[in-house]
Write a protein that binds this ligand. Structure first.
Ligand code: GLN
Length: 217
């Protein structure tokens, strides 16, 4: 076992990211899986429940879960404004599934109230109740060519992208499921539920290039 994790650490080049600090919003959802992957690739990761825990972070992940609950808890813990400020400062923020819904500036329902940080329209539960979950290997633009096994669980889909948004991956029917707008990343699927660390590596690179420390160099 330890051989496996050491080789993952080495081949993933975790040590080069050692100085970075990534937070994972831990009010609800599968934050523990994100933290485990970040640590496996050698990146310092911590749970975020309070606004002051965003201080000094190079990036934030908003995990999958239930966006209506996430939305309420973000309001109760006064996290909306500081997360928006963090994104506005250019620090990297990534939303997966319910987290993607929270980043959108338009959703097809009244509830939840999203953060409105990315210029995307999102439809919740886009794949119907009977097909709540599925896996689909998809090429993801900035990653190496090997398709990435995307796990969709009661997943949303992007139904509109603004002019500043890059589509990184789409379903066969053309609907986007991974999008990026500057320092902001959103995926409709769950990279934290696979052993493939490439999307986390990509996000860490985004955090690194937008980190306040790197802009001083
Ligand atoms: N269907 C959930 C929602 O609308 C998202 C599911 C997930 O994050 N896996 O919030």
């Amino acid at each position: 076992m330890s051989c496996v994790s050491e080789s993952i650490l080495n081949t993933d080049g975790g040590s080069q990211h050692k100085a970075l600090n990534i937070g994972v919003l831990a009010v609800q959802g599968d934050f523990a899986e994100h933290i485990a992957i970040l640590r496996r690739i050698g990146v310092a990761a911590r749970e975020v429940r309070l606004p002051e825990q965003l201080d000094g972070l190079d990036g934030l992940i908003i995990p999958g879960g239930e966006s209506t609950t996430l939305s309420r808890l973000m309001s109760i813990y006064s996290l909306r404004e500081p997360i928006a400020r963090m994104a506005g400062e250019g620090r990297a923020v990534w939303g997966t599934c319910a987290g993607m819904i929270m980043l959108a500036n338009e959703i097809t329902e009244q509830d939840p109230v999203p953060l409105g940080l990315m210029d995307i329209g999102v439809q919740r539960n886009a794949f119907g109740r009977q097909v709540d979950s599925f896996e689909q290997p998809l090429p993801i633009g900035p990653l190496s060519a090997e398709p990435y096994n995307c796990i969709f669980i009661r997943a949303p889909v992007v139904i509109r992208v603004g002019p500043l948004v890059d589509v990184l991956a789409s379903l066969d029917d053309g609907r986007p499921v991974a999008v990026k707008q500057g320092n902001l990343l959103a995926t409709a699927f769950h990279p934290e539920l696979t052993r493939d660390t490439r999307v986390h590596q990509y996000f860490v690179g985004l955090a690194e290039s937008n980190s306040p420390a790197s802009s001083l160099q």
